[in-house]
Design a protein around this ligand. Sequence first.
Ligand code: SAH
Ligand code: SF4
Length: 419
Amino acid sequence: MNVRDSEHLFAELSTRADYDRTDRPEEADLILINTCSVREKPVSKLFSELGQYNRIKKPEAKLGVCGCTASHLGESILKRAPYVNFVLGARNVSKIVDIAQRDKAVEIDLDHDESTYHFSEHRSSPYQALVNISIGCDKECTYCIVPHTRGSEVSIPPKLIIDEIKRAVDRGALEVMLLGQNVNNYGRRFSGPEARIDFPELLEQISRIEGLERIRFQSPHPLHMDDRFLEVFAHNEKIVKHMHMPLQSGSTAILRAMKRGYSREWFLERAARLRQMVPGVTIGTDIIVAFPGESDRDFEQTLDVMRQVAFEQVFSFKYSPRPLTKAAQMPGAIDNQEASARLAILQALHREQLSMAMAAQVGTTQRVLFESQEGEWVLGRGDNFYLIKAPADKAAKGEIRSVQIVMADRGALIGTQVA
Ligand code: SAH
Ligand code: SF4
């Protein structure tokens, strides 16, 4: 989502004002830092980066802070780094051209509605189009700062989404990645009187776009994975057979404290149903270790869910207390050393599971969209998300080809027979 926001920032500046892009900060007239605030680390990095850019930039060049940390810290960024010219929060991206001309300006309105704004066009990848389908988030996961930085959830009207994808396809995109904090909650609220459709219907409509080959989406919420959604996912051939199912914890007690809205049993049942309905599906997840009050038994339950589901992709994090969140006030903080130990155990289990899952891919044939080249290899993602390499003399960037996998090697599958 941040990558898409950056594309929008650049698109607006280059189309509606006279900006072009440079990789040399010392030559820039405007430097934007787009920020995340989900965990604490990127926030501290922001201020050291700001100091660095301030030292090397041209004296008249402007410096702006955008994104979630801008929403969260607002005016206080100007106090701590007085040389910053403006602060532009997530969900206020469309104001970039205006704010870039002002000084000491702060635009962080959480109620600002960009769901019907027609952003200018810019895409960093010629093959994959990132497309927002909703903004904000209505959940209240107790560890999460996102609802406080991106505001409440509004769906983008289906017509805007479809038109945007058609334009991207006309320009050569083969794959679309639909973006939202809760994509499968799509359609709950629009800002205008649109025809109301839900996520499965949106997927069906998008899949009818001619020339579009693959559909991905990020992130769905396990709570909204009902049968109808799983049916469309299973049967629509354009939808890539990789599902992100953010678990967060395998303990029902911790899930309740996190306010995730589902139990361990619900998650396990949905994951099993998904594996049964979609042979060959890969499942990714996000897990937080050392949430306040997480006992050894709770943690063991998370490992147990991992053993049962055998996720092919795991993003794992140590709990990071965030301002404005309920969990930041909860007792039972876990010692940092213990948190690191739990993370290491979890990651070791995942490595072991992943190498087994990848070895099991040898001999299969995968449909790959090649997106980059490294020396004699072209690289791309298979329909089930694995990174796949093939010899560059047999396939080219921008092609979708079938590849027979001959070996698994350090995070990638390698194929030599390309059809
Ligand atoms: N809307 C998405 C998540 C966006 S944040 C979803 O619900 O899946 C991405 C991931 O960051 C979350 O899934 C969670 O695992 C992690 N995360 C969020 N807040 C965190 C915190 N305070 N500490 C550690 N990890 C966190
Ligand atoms: Fe954060 Fe939960 Fe919303 Fe995801 S669903 S953005 S974790 S509050």
